[in-house]
Design a binder for this molecule. Structure first.
Ligand SMILES: [Zn+2]
Length: 340
């Protein structure tokens, strides 16, 4: 028995983190979310070069297809390899056959020049016709002028801003600082510590597994008036798994919750990348409805069609050599880990 659905969308991803697995342990154990950023992610992103970014994205795109995910809304940061990075990611995804919406996460944590170069990379990519949003790391690592410039750049290109919001208590000022800038096109990742009446416009992306991993709390996304979508925050792009995490977290908080809410969050992802609704995924299981999928681990796509082209068939990608991608990614992971 098989069933067909539209393509899955990962509404918040960090393809650059694909090579992080197995990285050397940080110098000391992080004790809270700001320390996780400082001791893990901000050391990793600073070590990235364009070749590492390329194979990280190739592997991430391959693993997305393997899970029936045909579109990724990516959020990228590589402070020592900014220029051209978004095109490297877009090209890698195109080669594998996955749709991607790119953004460079602007921040002032490397000084005003770092912020300027990040904004410039977003501008370059969008001006060259790239599919993207303007990225901002988070309000708590940006000054107001940078937030204003990012919002203005997004308006100029008629797109939204992709930004982390209230992932941790460290970012509780975000609603106050962003409220007057947001539009419905913004993508707000996390929202864990947003008040119910936050007043921000845009789609809130819930990343249940990442939130558990970082011990930042539960976002209770069912309380928001905003559209809610699901993301992985860089832990692969297995959206049926994220759906299951979203459902079980919801259920742990409210025993009357059903899986329909989390299933609808999966569907919201397709409003961010509408073409994914035309993609076709043939699954190893039927029926693909929330009550079945929530309690059936291990459902796999047998065949994936993106824009009418079969890009995954019978356990294999059709456009690329998966062994080559895994080998090249492993080689780049060794280089990256050696730098750490
Ligand atoms: Zn994130």
């Amino acid at each position: 028995m098989t069933a067909v659905t539209p393509g899955m969308v990962c509404a918040h991803h960090h393809l650059y983190s694909t090579l992080a697995r197995g990285m050397p342990a940080p110098p000391r154990t992080p004790r809270n979310f700001p320390e996780i950023l400082e001791l893990v992610w901000w050391r990793l992103d600073a070590a990235l070069d364009l070749e590492m970014i390329r194979w990280s994205a190739m592997l991430g795109a391959l693993e997305a297809l393997e899970q029936g995910t045909t579109a990724i809304v990516d959020h990228h940061e590589s402070p020592n390899a900014i220029e051209g990075s978004l095109s490297v990611i877009a090209d890698a995804c195109a080669e594998v056959g996955v749709r991607v919406v790119c953004a460079y996460g602007v921040t002032d944590r490397h000084g005003p020049d770092g912020a300027r170069r990040g904004l410039e990379e977003n501008r370059r990519f969008l001006a060259e016709g790239g599919r993207g949003l303007v990225g901002v790391h988070a309000a708590f690592t940006c000054d107001d002028a940078t937030l204003d410039e990012a919002a203005a750049l997004a308006d100029e290109f008629g797109v939204g801003v992709h930004v982390h919001v209230c992932e941790d208590r460290v970012d509780v000022d975000a609603p106050e600082r962003l409220r007057h800038l947001t539009t419905d096109a913004w993508v707000l990742a996390h929202g864990v510590h947003l008040p119910d009446d936050h007043g921000l416009r845009g789609t809130i992306v819930h990343n249940p597994r990442s939130n558990l991993n970082n011990a930042v709390g539960y976002a209770r996304p069912a309380r928001f008036d905003n559209p809610v979508a699901l993301g992985s925050d860089g832990i692969g792009a297995a959206m049926l798994e994220e759906f299951a995490y979203a459902y079980f977290c919801h259920r742990a908080d409210d025993v009357t919750a059903g899986p329909d809410a989390a299933w609808s969050w999966l569907e919201t992802g397709r409003s961010l990348v509408p073409e994914a609704a035309e993609d076709r995924v043939t699954w190893s299981y039927a029926p693909m409805d929330p009550w079945h999928v929530a309690f059936t681990p291990g459902i796999r796509p047998l065949r994936v069609e993106v824009g009418g082209e079969v890009v995954w068939d019978d356990g294999h990608p059709t456009r690329v050599d998966p062994d080559e991608i895994r080998a090249k990614a492993a080689e780049q992971a060794r280089r990256l880990h050696a730098r750490l």
